[in-house]
Design a protein. Structure first.
Length: 139
């Protein structure tokens, strides 16, 4: 797998992958999410490509205090081959280059396979409560 920065021509492939991986929610318009990322640190939006097909994605960001990861996805037919681990390693490497001291991510509590994946990568549950507030409605 070759990891590179997202290109606008990847958009439909990326959205299709996110749909197949059940990452999309009605309150998040994926086209808007992609555009928002292209407006802020687009170099931290990565795709993994095999034979010209987008088979993995990750969005990373750093706001000066903590790094964040969103939209880690690997096509189901390519799971358990180290692609997710490679995408995270690249995201972590890029964040380290920005001098990011800590990386956070949020996982739905029901997604036990993702929780176990991240635990195998060394991530631990923090003693925090995650709160959110929509500032813009995508619906």
């Amino acid at each position: 797998m070759r990891i590179r920065v997202f290109q606008k021509s990847d958009e439909s492939s990326v959205i299709s992958l996110w749909q197949r991986c059940d990452l999309l929610r009605p309150w998040n318009d994926p086209k808007k999410d992609i555009q928002r990322k292209l407006d802020v640190q687009p170099e931290l939006f990565l795709v993994g490509v095999l034979d010209d097909d987008v088979v993995a994605t990750v969005m990373a960001g750093y706001e000066g205090h903590r790094g964040w990861v969103n939209y880690l996805a690997v096509a189901s037919e390519h799971r358990r081959k180290g692609l997710g681990r490679a995408m995270m390693a690249e995201a972590e490497s890029l964040l380290k280059q920005t001098r990011c001291p800590k990386l956070n991510l949020q996982i739905r509590g029901s997604n036990t396979s993702a929780i176990e994946f991240y635990r195998r990568l060394g991530y631990q549950a923090d003693d925090v409560v995650s709160l959110g507030k929509r500032l813009e409605q995508d619906e």
